[in-house]
Write a protein that binds this ligand. Structure first.
Ligand SMILES: Nc1ncnc2c1ncn2[C@@H]1O[C@H](COP(=O)(O)OP(=O)(O)OP(=O)(O)O)[C@@H](O)[C@H]1O
Length: 311
């Protein structure tokens, strides 16, 4: 295995379900030690792409290499699988057994001896912040703790690549922070992280680079800052539509923005400098509170696809 090769390389990667093209011939490269995220709305093809990387889904066309080895190679499972940790989207923990037992069963599955398994389980309980919960049944854990246990389970074989499908979906802010802290520690050990998310803050915060996916294609791939710099303007004024649509007299004000996006509950105005316009909007449209923020990945997504991430 060549250490110069990227962690994952995809060329023309494609997956279809009958007539439906879920992943439409995408190209990407994930460097070793980087945190790479697939960001996109429901059904964009993120999970399918990840499943191809860890070989849970066949590749219909194109080339896929992991750590320099062709995924189609007969040797792939033997050489690569132990180097890859997978944390799937759905929680498939055995809820009847204890937290420690859950880890021990998988340690044994990976071929660790009884003593090694006990040691590794203790290390991972500490990593996941679950030492105090070790002897409780999994069903007594909170959602965030279960997620951390899933991540710990994915790390048993000390993988060099960890694949996480929506690592913090459904978690409250504190639990998300805990998960993010755990992922940051993996980064320090130079583990390659590949994740999917539809949370822009998660992508922006964790990822060195992000591939924005939409309808089976990668529509842009860059660092979060690089992506945001592509926005047509650096500042955004959000006008709330909570109290109803904008009146006709709003149009001349909207015309002063460089670009305008109409969403279900908000209108977004892209500007270089917001101050004067915000003053006028507040005065002229008192029923539509205006809020100023910096352009974000959501704006990049809107500009690239014409749709919001949640639409
Ligand atoms: N086994 C399958 N059979 C048929 N269609 C499938 C199958 N798996 C995925 N698809 C379809 O492929 C498309 C991409 O699905 P995928 O799960 O990769 O999206 P995603 O970006 O991960 O979405 P989400 O954010 O909702 O998880 C969807 O339209 C989905 O319905």
């Amino acid at each position: 295995m060549n250490n110069e090769q990227p962690a994952v390389l995809a060329r023309g990667l494609r997956r279809t379900f009958g007539e439906f093209v879920a992943v439409d011939g995408i190209d990407f490269e994930i460097e070793r030690g980087e945190c790479f995220g697939f960001l996109g709305p429901n059904g964009a093809g993120k999970t399918t792409t990840m499943r191809m990387i860890y070989r849970a889904s066949p590749v219909d066309a194109g080339r896929l290499e992991v750590l320099g080895l062709d995924a189609a190679s007969g040797d792939f499972d033997r050489q690569i699988k132990a180097q890859m940790g997978v944390v799937a989207q759905e929680d498939n923990l055995d809820t009847e057994t204890t937290v420690r037992e859950n880890l021990l069963v998988f340690c044994r599955f990976y071929g660790l001896s009884r003593t090694e398994a006990a040691r590794r389980a203790d290390e991972l309980l500490a990593f996941a912040g679950l030492v105090e919960k070790a002897d409780q049944r999994v069903q007594a854990l909170s959602g965030g703790m279960k997620r951390r246990l899933m991540i710990a389970r994915g790390l048993i074989s000390r993988p060099r690549i960890v694949i996480l499908d929506e690592p913090s979906t459904g978690l409250d802010p504190r639990a998300r922070q805990n998960v993010w802290d755990g992922l940051a520690r993996l980064r320090e050990d130079n583990v390659t992280l590949v994740l999917t998310t539809h949370y822009m803050d998660e992508a922006e915060r964790l990822c060195d680079r992000i591939a924005i996916m939409d309808r089976g294609r990668i529509v842009a791939c860059d660092s979060p800052a690089g992506l945001i710099a592509r926005c047509s303007a650096p500042q955004v004024i959000e006008l709330s539509l909570r109290r109803g649509p904008l009146p006709d007299r709003a149009q001349p004000l909207l015309d002063r923005a460089l670009r305008v996006e109409h969403l279900r509950d908000r209108v977004l105005l892209y500007v270089d400098t917001p101050e004067a316009l915000v003053g006028d909007l507040t005065r002229e449209l008192p029923d539509h509170p205006a809020m100023v923020r910096r352009a974000s990945l959501e704006d990049v997504f809107l500009e690239l696809t014409g749709r919001g991430l949640e639409d």
